[in-house]
Design a protein around this ligand. Structure first.
Ligand code: ZN
Length: 110
């Protein structure tokens, strides 16, 4: 093993360590900034929430869907209201024929 190869491997190891530390540091910085409530780093906060959290309209959809299914079954047996399941034009939340207003944003639907 020559000296130059040895130094190269030391350099490569250092570079990997440096990159790892840099990534960890950046991650902690983003987490720190995203937990700041002053609103100064709102863009970063929104970005982190988009990356790591389920958006509100997706989070509420399973419950809304089962509710919509129940409504649909009831409407089919009773043949009463004309059923519809749509996304709210304002916020994208799921709304059905039973909603006069969007439960999420309050938009008038009927
Ligand atoms: Zn809405």
């Amino acid at each position: 093993m020559t000296m130059s190869i040895n130094w190269f491997s030391v350099g490569a190891t250092s570079l990997v360590l440096l990159l790892t530390c840099g990534l960890l540091g950046a991650m902690f910085l983003i987490i720190k900034l995203s937990s700041d409530d002053s609103g100064k780093y709102k863009v970063i906060k929104d970005m982190v929430e988009t990356l790591f959290e389920t958006p509100a309209h997706l989070r509420s959809s399973p419950a809304a869907k089962s509710e919509a299914d129940n409504k649909e079954a009831a409407a089919q047996s009773a043949a009463a209201l004309e059923p519809f399941v749509e996304a709210c034009p304002a916020c994208g939340d799921t709304v059905t024929e039973s909603h006069k207003e969007c439960p999420s944003c309050g938009l008038r639907l009927q």
